[in-house]
Design a protein around this ligand. Structure first.
Ligand SMILES: [Fe+2]
Ligand SMILES: [Fe+2]
Length: 276
């Protein structure tokens, strides 16, 4: 039995029950102070980059997910994944409400995403527009293909939600809380973060089980990681022109945090990083 450290793996039925007890509304969060602060902010480069990246990522994450819900799985798994689909839509709605009420004028989500796209890096586009879309299309076309499901969950849950998502949350909320910035945003993002832990829990549970059942599925995890990791490392670099020292963390520190988390999760999955 592998040591799981501080990570607890719940099965999909338990995660579903947790979801029932974890409801929140994007409209239940007070953004009035955020609006005042935004109007008075002199340098918005770093904050705009974070908000824009989250808006673009969450739109992709929401609209490129249905293939996993309809892939072969137990009733309990499908039930849990249906709740994750709702969560992702809720997250996208929160970021869009923030754009509507703090950053810009009210608009359709597509218009906010389009504007935010001007700020994201080429690596970000490679991950979300090319790799994620391709993995999702493959699963949609082959709902019974376990290899396609493993690749998709590796990319979505292990890399986008855990490695990229948790790292972005850690450093951006650390920075905003230290500066006393955008308290409504931080409150909503923290709710999102709790939801993400449930999603990541499912991903690790599923991958560990799949890899334990078939050695070849471990190879599918490895191939997906090898393909994606260069763009992920690149996307964790703060944008040009932003004062990244304001973040209070160096690019090396950010990458080390991401890598450490990935390493711990891969050990649990049963595909240690040094076997890549
Ligand atoms: Fe999300
Ligand atoms: Fe998620």
């Amino acid at each position: 039995m592998r040591a799981l450290g501080d990570i607890h793996l719940h099965d999909p039925q338990t995660l579903y029950r947790h979801w029932e007890d974890s409801q929140w509304s994007p409209w239940g969060i007070d953004l009035s102070l955020d609006r005042e602060q935004w109007a008075a902010m002199s340098d918005r480069t770093l904050v705009s980059f974070v908000l824009g990246s989250l808006m673009v990522a969450e739109e992709r994450i929401t609209t490129k997910f249905a293939g996993l819900v309809s892939a072969d799985g137990t009733e309990e798994e499908v039930t849990f994944l249906a709740t994750q689909q709702v969560d992702e839509a809720r997250h996208m709605q929160f970021y869009a409400r923030f754009q509507d009420e703090v950053v810009a004028e009210p608009a359709l989500i597509a218009a906010h995403v389009e504007r935010a796209r001007a700020q994201v890096s080429p690596a970000f586009q490679t991950i979300f527009d090319d790799k994620l879309v391709a993995a999702h299309n493959r699963l949609l076309a082959n709902p019974a293909d376990l290899g396609a499901k493993v690749s998709f969950v590796t990319m979505y849950h292990l890399i986008l939600e855990a490695t990229l998502g948790l790292t972005t949350f850690e450093f951006s909320t650390r920075f905003m809380e230290r500066e006393g910035l955008l308290p409504g945003f931080v409150a909503g993002y923290t709710k999102i973060h709790h939801d993400e832990h449930r999603h990541i829990g499912y991903g690790i549970w599923f991958l560990r089980k799949a890899v334990a059942e078939a050695e070849s599925l471990g190879d599918a995890v490895r191939a997906t990681l090898r393909d994606l990791l260069p763009a992920v490392a690149e996307s964790l670099t703060p944008p040009e022109g932003a004062d990244s020292s304001a973040l209070g963390a160096s690019a090396d520190e950010i990458r080390a945090f991401a890598l450490d988390g990935l390493k711990r999760r891969l050990d649990i999955v049963g595909v240690p990083l040094d076997t890549l």
